[in-house]
Write a protein that binds this ligand. Structure first.
Ligand code: NAP
Length: 259
């Protein structure tokens, strides 16, 4: 039985085990998928288990997406650009760090048929998920302004930055919400006042609850569940060396699995 898992802290809530075990069964693969809810000083031992192939691959979540970069031998160009790793595997004698959050956000836009080319976008938050979303938006030709509480010491990746106090809804077409605000159990919270989004579309990367407060406040609200599912499927493509047919039917099936 091949072993996989999720590295993070306080990850009892994680939906990834359900997704991967369901997909493995569908593919006829016999796998385990464990939660590695560990302290930072336990990470080298975990990496050793991937190196010797006791564990075939892992996902990485908060707070270790940046931490693990120093433990891998090689970053894929995507992970290097985003400066965050959410998928680790061992290939050709090397421990490799990749980032499938990029593919997850790209897939979310495609599946919801959201065109961002030449659109003005406020990206709320500047953490790991925001960086992946930023790269996708840039690659698709959007004009992105990152909105953060700390406008001075942000990653140089972000070219245009502003503060929450300076938001002007008249200047944007779309909001992408990439802070954890509104996540269960704080389901009535939103990172910005409802008046900013009432005439706008919002994509919220938060997926629990399915409909967040900012989505309710917006004219059109799209949640982060497709991103979650697609990043998981893309990690499997890397680990299992397969290609998934990521149809809307499959995504809706998986939505029920994690519900
Ligand atoms: P992170 O690296 O910790 O970044 C969080 C960001 O939110 C930081 O920029 C932080 O700003 C900002 N923030 C936190 N509290 C804030 C507040 N009260 N007001 C304004 N800004 C605030 O986390 P992450 O990995 O990017 O994840 C962010 C969210 O995206 C999480 O809810 C996560 O579940 C979700 N996510 C979803 C998917 C998916 O597949 N759908 C994938 C990845 C992440 P400061 O630096 O000022 O604290």
């Amino acid at each position: 039985m091949d072993r996989y898992g999720l590295l993070g802290k306080q990850i009892g809530y994680a939906k990834s085990p359900k997704i991967h075990l369901y997909m493995a069964k569908k593919l006829g693969l016999d796998i385990r998928y464990d939660l590695f809810d560990v302290e930072e000083n336990d990470i080298p031992a975990l990496m050793k288990l991937i190196r010797n192939q006791t564990i075939k691959g892992i996902n990485v979540t908060i707070p270790y997406k940046q931490t693990v970069m120093k433990y891998v031998d090689q970053l894929t160009p995507k992970a290097n650009r985003i400066k965050a790793v959410n998928t680790i595997y061992y290939k050709n004698g090397k421990l490799i760090g990749d980032n499938t959050d990029y593919d997850g956000f790209m897939g979310l836009l495609l599946k919801h048929q959201i065109q961002v080319k030449d659109k003005n976008v406020y990206l709320l938050g500047a953490g790991g998920a925001a960086k992946a979303a930023y790269c996708v938006l840039q690659d698709l030709g959007a004009h992105v302004v990152v909105v953060s509480r700390h406008t001075n010491d942000l990653d140089p990746l972000f070219q245009h930055v502003t503060s929450f106090q300076k938001l002007n809804p008249d200047l944007v077409d779309l909001y992408v919400q990439a802070t954890p605000i509104g996540t269960y159990p704080n389901v009535t919270e939103s990172v910005i006042d409802a008046s900013y989004v009432k005439n706008h579309s919002v994509i919220d990367l938060v997926y629990n609850p399915e409909v967040t407060q900012i989505m309710k406040d917006a004219k059109v609200g799209i949640g982060g569940i497709y991103m979650l599912l697609i990043q998981a499927l893309k990690s499997e493509e890397i680990w299992f060396e397969i290609k998934h047919d990521i149809t809307k039917t499959l995504l809706d099936e998986l939505k029920e699995v994690v519900r």
